[in-house]
Design a binder for this molecule. Structure first.
Ligand SMILES: Cc1cc2nc3c(=O)[nH]c(=O)nc-3n(C[C@H](O)[C@H](O)[C@H](O)COP(=O)(O)O)c2cc1C
Length: 327
């Protein structure tokens, strides 16, 4: 059982002994499990094979210990790979000492006031030390007119040519024997795997389904023809965007590509890579009348099965795209 990999106590899981129980985040355990702590935590914090962990507690029934361990693995309290972003950044929820009202999350007016305050923040410059810059820059249309699109033209189909030209922003080229991309990536390693979900009759020549985009030969490869993404994969606020979009792009960080070189900080670089990718995509989309909307978070677990990811591939970001509506 799970014995080929070391398991670690998830850095995202806090535990305490309280009222005769062990409470691990929202889960409570009692009876013999209480006696296992804190040693159980110390062993798993450093990483341990399941059989070795069981051997550390010879006094206890092996099968019961096994089922406890299995339960912790299922709940992702014991993990054998880096955390997903939700777990990784979870500590920010309690380490950040929030001085603002919780209402800004739910009350539109309070949020608008809060947003206005944030967007008007400034540096308190002592007199005479402020230097105003020229403000007459003239950027190309695809930059100056950029804006998020949340409604798309659902009556017309995107031509195969436009779709190809758009996605080609992620392709690999060989120039004088050197591999080049249109965007930057830490170490030139390009760890982001790109998956595209295309809806029925929205892109010329392409059937509905989930595809893997190969930057190597600029092709899309069917992953699952039967993949059907339901609007419930999205939070309520984003469902109408998804309902209208022609296709979705999913950005998946493949840790095997950069963690051997960068270790854990490769995770941060991958998020920066994705930001640059979305930015490049945005400008190219502007050239071809395609609009897009970044989706910060979704119920990815509802569709994860279609992707057949391995444990070192982690979902980071989604972008919904479609033909722009006339202004
Ligand atoms: C990381 C990220 C996540 C976002 N998530 C959402 C989202 O879930 N839903 C949405 O409607 N817009 C989303 N947006 C778009 C922002 O709301 C939008 O960029 C912002 O309001 C500024 O508007 P503009 O892009 O039209 O200038 C996201 C943008 C980014 C960069």
């Amino acid at each position: 059982m799970f014995n080929n990999e070391k398991f670690f106590w998830s850095p995202a899981a806090r535990w305490e002994k309280k009222d005769g129980q062990v409470k691990i985040e929202v889960f409570c355990y009692k009876d013999y499990i209480v006696e296992l702590f804190p040693e159980f935590y110390f062993f798993t914090q450093k990483g341990v094979y399941v059989n070795d962990l069981i051997d550390k507690f010879p006094k206890y029934d092996k099968d019961r210990l096994k089922s406890f361990i299995q339960d912790l693995i299922r709940k992702k309290i014991l993990v054998d790979s880096p955390l997903i972003p939700h777990e990784l950044f979870y500590s920010g929820n309690y380490l950040f000492q929030n001085k603002h009202s919780e209402n800004i999350k739910y009350d539109k007016l309070e949020f608008e006031n809060f947003k206005s305050m944030q967007l008007n923040r400034n540096y308190k410059t002592p007199k005479g030390l402020k230097i105003n810059l020229y403000s007459d820059e003239q950027y190309p249309y695809c930059i100056s007119e950029r804006k998020t699109c949340r409604s798309f033209n659902t009556n017309e189909i995107i031509s195969f040519e436009v779709f190809s030209k758009l996605i080609a922003v992620f392709r690999q080229r060989r120039i004088n024997g050197q591999i080049k991309y249109y965007y930057a990536s830490a170490g030139g390693l390009y760890p982001i795997d790109i998956y595209i979900y295309i809806k029925e009759k929205r892109v010329e020549n392409l059937k509905q389904g989930l595809y893997y985009y190969s930057p190597l030969d600029n092709s899309i490869n069917i992953v699952d023809e039967c993949c059907h993404v339901n609007k419930n994969a999205h939070y309520f606020m984003n469902q109408s965007i998804f309902n209208q979009s022609a296709f979705s792009i999913f950005f998946i960080y493949n840790m095997e590509v950069t963690m051997p070189k960068y270790g854990g900080i490769g995770y941060l670089y991958s998020c920066i890579d994705i930001g640059i990718m979305v930015s490049s995509l945005t400008f190219v989309a502007g050239l071809y009348n395609i609009g897009l909307c970044s989706i910060g978070d979704m119920n990815f677990h509802k569709i994860e099965k279609y992707f057949q990811l391995n444990k070192n591939q982690v979902y980071i970001h989604t972008v919904e795209l479609g033909l722009k509506l006339e202004d």
